[in-house]
Design a protein around this ligand. Structure first.
Ligand SMILES: O=C(O)CCC(=O)C(=O)O
Ligand SMILES: [Fe+2]
Length: 330
C-alpha cells in the first residue's frame, strides 16, 4: 500500500485490526488493485473574497454556534480533525482523487473545498436556518428552488476534477452528463456522538451520489449491503430517514464494518455502481474515532448529500416529506 493510500484509507496490514482505519471481518484475498491518483492545481478563493464574505455575513449569523465553529477551527495540518488550510497554505494544497481499492465506484476526493469555500457554504446553510438553530439535525431540499448555491458547488466539483472520469462515469448516458446533475440535497448536522445508521441510499435516487464533508473530520464505515439494490428497483413512496430507521431487528446485532474511510473537512466522496447499490455506508454513534491507532475526539460536522431523483420517483406521488423543508431524523 502506498503512503498516500495508507493516509486516505488506512492500513491493510497492521497486526492490530482494531486499530486499522480499514478493518476486515475476514481476510481479503483479492489482489490489491492499482490506484489511480490525479493531482490538479490549487483552489481559487482569495483572501479578499473571504473578507468580502465575512463583511456580508450578518451579525446573527456570525454569532451562530455552527458558523462560529468553522471560523474558529484550527489550521494545524497535522490535526486530522481540523479544517482545510487557510489562504496562507493554499499554495501547497492539492486535490487528490483516490479510488477505493475494494469498493468499486467509491472515490475519496480530498482537499476539494478550502476553509473559505466551506465557510461560504456554511454561511448559506446557516442563513437559511436549515438546522433551526441546532434544534434539528437534518434538512432536505427538493427541486432547485432552495439550492442556488448548488450551481457554485457543481462548478467547483467540475473544475477540481471530482466529476471527471475515471472517478465518476461520464460519456454517453453517464450520470455526470445528466441535467440537472442534482435536484435533491440533504444537510446533516452531527454533534460529537451522533451518527447515521448503515444504509443504502433509497431506490428513489439515481446512481451517482455525492457527499461533501464540512467543518470537521469523521469516520464513515462501509458494510456489504444486507439487501443489495439495483437501479431497476421500484422507487419507494415514503421518505424515511436513515438517521432514525431500518433493520431494527438486525441492528441489535453488532456489525463490524468491512472498511472505514476518514472523511476530512473539504473532502467529497462520490458513490456510483457497486458503491451506491451493493454497499451500506454509515457513521457510528460515538464521540471518538480511531485514526491510525489514536482516538480522535469528534467536533461538530456538517455534510451535504447531493442526489438526483429518478423520474419514476416523482410519479409515485409527492409525499409531504418531499416538500422543500426540513425533516428531523430523531
Ligand atoms: O453525513 C454523511 O456523511 C452521510 C449522509 C448520508 O449517508 C445520507 O444523507 O444518505
Ligand atoms: Fe447515505
Amino acid at each position: 500500500m502506498s503512503t498516500l493510500e495508507h493516509e486516505l484509507f488506512g492500513s491493510f496490514d497492521s497486526d492490530d485490526s482494531e486499530h486499522d482505519i480499514i478493518g476486515y471481518n475476514e481476510p481479503v484475498l483479492e489482489k490489491e488493485k492499482e490506484l489511480s491518483i490525479t493531482t490538479i492545481a490549487t483552489s481559487t478563493t482569495t483572501a479578499k473574497e473571504y473578507d468580502i464574505l465575512l463583511d456580508n455575513v450578518s451579525l446573527s449569523l456570525r454569532s451562530d454556534p455552527i458558523f462560529q465553529s468553522i471560523m474558529n477551527c484550527t489550521d494545524d495540518e497535522d490535526d486530522s480533525n481540523s479544517c482545510t488550510p487557510s489562504n496562507s497554505r493554499l499554495e501547497s494544497m492539492r486535490h487528490h482523487h483516490q479510488s477505493h481499492p475494494y469498493i468499486e465506484g467509491l472515490t475519496l476526493h480530498s482537499n476539494i473545498l478550502t476553509h473559505q469555500d466551506q465557510a461560504k457554504l456554511m454561511a448559506q446553510i446557516t442563513e437559511k436556518n436549515f438546522f433551526k438553530g441546532g434544534q434539528q439535525n437534518q434538512a432536505m431540499c427538493f427541486g432547485e428552488r432552495d439550492l442556488e448555491w448548488l450551481e457554485w458547488l457543481e462548478e467547483v466539483m467540475k473544475e477540481r476534477g471530482v466529476l471527471s472520469e475515471p472517478y465518476c462515469r461520464g460519456g454517453i448516458n453517464g450520470w455526470t452528463e445528466r441535467d440537472p446533475l442534482f435536484d435533491q440535497s440533504i444537510m446533516n448536522l452531527y454533534y460529537p456522538g451522533d451518527g447515521i445508521k448503515p444504509h443504502v441510499d433509497l431506490a428513489r435516487f439515481e446512481d451517482g451520489i455525492i457527499i461533501v464533508s464540512l467543518i470537521s473530520a469523521i469516520n464513515m464505515d462501509f458494510y456489504p449491503a444486507r439487501k443489495p439494490m439495483s437501479p431497476e428497483d421500484p422507487p419507494e413512496g415514503s421518505s424515511t430517514s436513515s438517521r432514525s430507521s431500518s433493520f431494527t431487528e438486525e441492528s441489535l446485532v453488532e456489525r463490524k464494518p468491512s472498511f472505514t474511510v476518514r472523511l476530512k473537512p473539504g473532502s467529497i466522496i462520490s458513490m456510483q455502481g457497486p458503491a451506491r447499490y451493493l454497499w451500506e455506508h454509515g457513521i457510528q454513534e460515538t464521540s471518538q474515532d480511531l485514526v491510525n491507532g489514536e482516538w480522535v475526539t469528534r467536533k461538530i460536522r456538517v455534510s451535504v448529500t447531493l442526489r438526483k431523483m429518478r423520474a419514476a420517483a416523482w410519479e409515485v406521488g409527492r409525499p409531504s416529506a418531499l416538500d422543500n423543508g426540513a425533516a428531523d431524523r430523531k
